[in-house]
Ligand binder design. Structure first.
Ligand code: GP9
Ligand code: MN
Length: 421
């Protein structure tokens, strides 16, 4: 009821990170393309196997003059995996502590990035080479306000084009181009890649990159599969240039969640050349790459800690949309007041100084255990942030509050039934 809303509003107002005047509106009117980089973890950036860069294209992009590369960015996903990352990118709210918000809360009211931008004249679309019902996307995307959902039905799902869940990334981007080019501009779109998915095995002929040499085939395959993803992104960037879209499009790319779980710590210790992967190192391995390529904006390598929920306010502020009246729990990564305590979905947190994992509190830099008391303040802010978000999602609070100037989404305006006529 209204007292729940007031409590959440007070929390969010008190914690709002003001937009940075240097960047606010600097990408106004640009198209937006999000790319979900399946299972891509930050350790792979600039990693060399047998002297060869695994992700040469992305490595170079970290130094690009119009690109922000966030090197201390952490995924905050739970059981909803890819879909949790999508949810956080589009809403700056957390997925659920149990189960998937896409599956369980698809009928809720949201004030998502696509919905907000539709109010500014944007066309919105999602591209994914798997069938639309996976993760209940076809229902959730209605509530998020996606005008179009190009799912497996729009792609050539032949044997040679597909692997595991669906389209291989190279043909996926290639076949997406005519559909992307058909959209009215400006557009807000997302592309969800698939090839770099566990167990990462490649089809014959799809890569000439070497596999790793540990005793763990999942880890070994990961190098080849990540290399293939990098190559597909390189090709997509070229297609965007060829189509004349590159210079007026902001491209946001993020690793959706870890690819190598703790079950592979033994091989990962070899890969990272350490004796063992400690719990603290495992937390540090939850870093995923985040790139924001914004034409005309001077980028940089950003060292501040950040997490998934922080991306939406960052992107909207670059587009010149103030998020102050929206109920979002993230903190603009480019704000001078950006918050650097990054909650994980289970209530643990990482920060540049302290890390809490279960009952243990660590000095992030030395790895030493410190008094639990030292982590208390940040543990409280972590719990408060998760609580505010959970309150919004579990009680469907946004149906009681419409920010000024926002047009609510009517789910009935949307369907993703392919027109075969
Ligand atoms: C499936 C894709 C992969 O459509 O999103 O799902 P994941 O297992 O990574 O959540
Ligand atoms: Mn995924």
């Amino acid at each position: 009821d209204s007292s729940d809303i007031t409590e959440v509003q007070n929390y969010i107002n008190a914690n709002f990170s003001d937009p940075n005047a240097v960047y606010f509106g600097k990408a106004e009117g640009k198209n937006v393309i999000y790319i979900s980089l399946e299972s891509l973890q930050s350790f792979i950036i600039n990693y060399k196997l047998e002297g060869k860069e695994v992700t040469p294209f992305l490595n170079k992009l970290t130094q690009d003059k119009n690109t922000f590369y966030f090197e201390n960015f952490f995924h905050q996903t739970g059981q909803g995996k890819t879909s949790d990352a999508e949810f956080m990118m589009d809403n700056s709210l957390y997925g659920m502590s149990q189960g998937s918000v896409f599956v369980n809360k698809a009928q809720n009211t949201f004030q998502s990035a696509p919905a907000i931008l539709k109010g500014k004249g944007y066309t919105t679309a999602a591209f994914h080479g798997n069938y639309k019902t996976f993760w209940n996307r076809n229902e959730m995307y209605k509530s998020l306000g996606y005008d179009y959902f190009f799912d497996a039905e729009y792609y050539d799902m032949s044997e040679e084009n597909t692997k595991n869940y669906g389209m291989k990334d190279i043909p996926f981007f290639q076949e997406s181009m005519p559909m992307l080019e058909s959209l009215e501009k400006p557009f807000y779109t997302k592309f969800i890649t698939l090839s770099n998915h566990h167990p990462f095995a490649m089809d014959e002929g799809d890569t000439d990159f070497p596999a790793g040499t540990t005793e763990d085939s999942v880890v070994n395959n990961y190098f080849q599969s990540a290399h293939y993803l990098d190559e597909s992104i390189k090709q997509f960037f070229q297609y965007l240039k060829d189509a004349g879209l590159y210079d007026n499009t902001m491209i946001v790319m993020y690793g959706d969640h870890y690819g190598i779980s703790e079950n592979h710590n033994k091989a990962m210790a070899q890969v990272l050349n350490v004796d063992e992967i400690t719990p603290l190192m495992n937390a540090q391995l939850q870093r995923v790459p985040l790139f924001i390529h914004a034409p005309g904006v001077e980028g940089k390598v950003v060292t501040e800690y950040g997490g998934d929920v922080d991306v939406m306010p960052t992107v909207l502020h670059l587009l010149g949309v103030n998020t102050k009246d929206y109920l979002q729990v993230g903190s603009d990564l480019l704000s001078n007041k950006h918050r650097e305590t990054i909650p994980f979905r289970n209530g643990d947190f990482v920060s540049p100084t302290l890390t809490k994992l279960g009952d243990n509190c660590y000095n992030t830099n030395t790895g030493e255990l410190v008094a639990g008391e030292d982590c208390k303040k940040q543990a409280e802010s972590t719990a408060a942030e998760l609580k505010a978000s959970d309150s919004i999602v579990s009680k469907d609070l946004l149906r009681f509050y419409t920010p000024e100037g926002f047009t609510p989404i009517n789910r009935e305006d949307y369907n993703y039934i392919k027109d075969t006529a």
